[in-house]
Design a protein around this ligand. Sequence first.
Ligand SMILES: Cc1cc2nc3c(=O)[nH]c(=O)nc-3n(C[C@H](O)[C@H](O)[C@H](O)COP(=O)(O)OP(=O)(O)OC[C@H]3O[C@@H](n4cnc5c(N)ncnc54)[C@H](O)[C@@H]3O)c2cc1C
Length: 549
Amino acid sequence: MTRPTILVTDDEPLVADAIARDLRERFNADYRVVRTTSGPEALDVLARLALRDQPVALVVTDQRMPHMTGVEMLVRARTHAPDAKMLLLTAYADTDAAITAINEIGLDYYLLKPWDPPEERLHPVVQDLLDDWRRSHPDHTPTVRVVGHRWSDRSHEIKTFLARNHVPYQWVDVELEEGRRLAGVAETAPRDLPLVLVPDKDVLRAPTTLEVAEALGLRTQAEQPLYDVCIVGAGPAGLAAAVYSASEGLRTVVVEREAPGGQAGQSAAIENYLGFPRGLSGSDLAQRAIAQVGRFGAEMVLAREVVGLETRGPVRAVLLSGEAEIEARSVVVASGVSYRRLPAPGVDELAGRGVYYGASASDAAQLAGEQVYLVGAANSAGQAALNFARHAGRVVMLVRAGSLEASMSRYLIERIEACENLEVRYGTQVVGASGQEHLECLTLRTGDREPETVPASWLFVFIGAAPRTTWLGDEVVRNEHDFVITGPELLRHPAARWPLDRPPHALESSVPGVFVAGDVRQDSMKRVASAVGEGAMAVHLVHRYLAAT
Ligand SMILES: Cc1cc2nc3c(=O)[nH]c(=O)nc-3n(C[C@H](O)[C@H](O)[C@H](O)COP(=O)(O)OP(=O)(O)OC[C@H]3O[C@@H](n4cnc5c(N)ncnc54)[C@H](O)[C@@H]3O)c2cc1C
């Protein structure tokens, strides 16, 4: 827990030293005493503390200082530390200024210099002020704050990154009072937004997720020169591969561009995973798996996208965004699939500003009382719609087909039918979206009817997914939809020139030593359980491959 600050200012260094010393003598155990020698320096320190979310309990200042009087400084300090108690040190001749300050700026107390002996004249006054401050400030734990515009796509991306990586944060809308205050203290230009304020770190201005991850102390670089296995993607397949690989003694690293958990991490309730009869949330499953991965000693490199793969003799090199790379003796590709884009005019331009692909369970809580549109008809859409309906005023599911029977599990359809604030509009497609700063209207077409434009602020899209595998290059053979072909299928594929005498192992790609697990693999089942099973199986095959090389 950070000790709250007592800030002291006096333009005479010896006097500043003396008051700081006298305050430390009595309050050092519970408060950090910071000494400054001018108004501007004091305001600088207060700004830094405000942006690092470190509480200021008391500001003590001399009145007569060049550049800025004590009262002038306190007036400005109110923006930086609105709740701090304020104590003015004055000479007898300045008593009037002090009394005026009590009336006009809410000065808490003034004290005539000198304050000797401190035990009688200084400590009791300060103790009273601090006790008062404590009563209205129970223990404070500094937290990450994101300051930005509600409808900014960058703000949304950073909030999603934090939520999915289980980093608690506070959202501060820059158009509201506290947001304006923090933006002012940080001297923010419009291009600096969003600000990310990490306790004890410098202000991050419009940062990338990699910069946020680094400020949070998340691991963003691999530690070792060579691994036995490098796993690309930390969804269920990658996490399972990491657990089996590290627990079986292989030097293991996992690279994840967003957050561990993958698509499953976005699921509000996985009900069909063996061993959890009442279901569990994807985020819970991911957290358990991350703990397991850490326990067995696999490294997890976060906020890094894998952008290339190279074969260097017996070594496979995985190239990362930002010019880094990792070398390993084998690779497990577990990069899953990503949501398909909705091909209607205007939709892409509003992505992140009212239009969202997929959703994490925590998104639902921000929709209290709102009207939400959702496109999709598979289980993932059904789960999300039910989760939204727990918070939103009304949820409208837009389904292109005439029913949900062919695409969704029966148990979900029954819950959707029973849900009072959830309406399903069959035979309906989004044919347009519009809005200035953010989504304002959707154009919908139902059957052959004339398109209808409805006001809308929120559209969530769940319309199937496709792998993004171009980073694998031409050597790793894929089918026409970009899923990676593995095992015996390769021998039948015209583009695969399998180079070894032995046949490929079941989950091996056309490049020996590069294995594939989970949704990204051709013919995979697209389920959590099968992804986990394939992750484990890939490690078994890695052992066989490494033993023979
Ligand atoms: C909302 C939702 C609900 C679902 N509910 C269920 C359910 O109830 N039951 C069930 O069995 N299945 C469910 N599924 C399906 C299940 O989640 C997936 O089948 C499973 O997550 C696939 O696991 P995976 O590890 O293969 O891939 P993913 O989960 O897609 O994980 C891949 C990971 O790789 C990362 N990645 C991708 N490319 C790169 C790169 N180039 N560099 C670094 N990292 C990269 C991604 O960020 C991602 O974290 C649901 C899916 C969704 C979206």
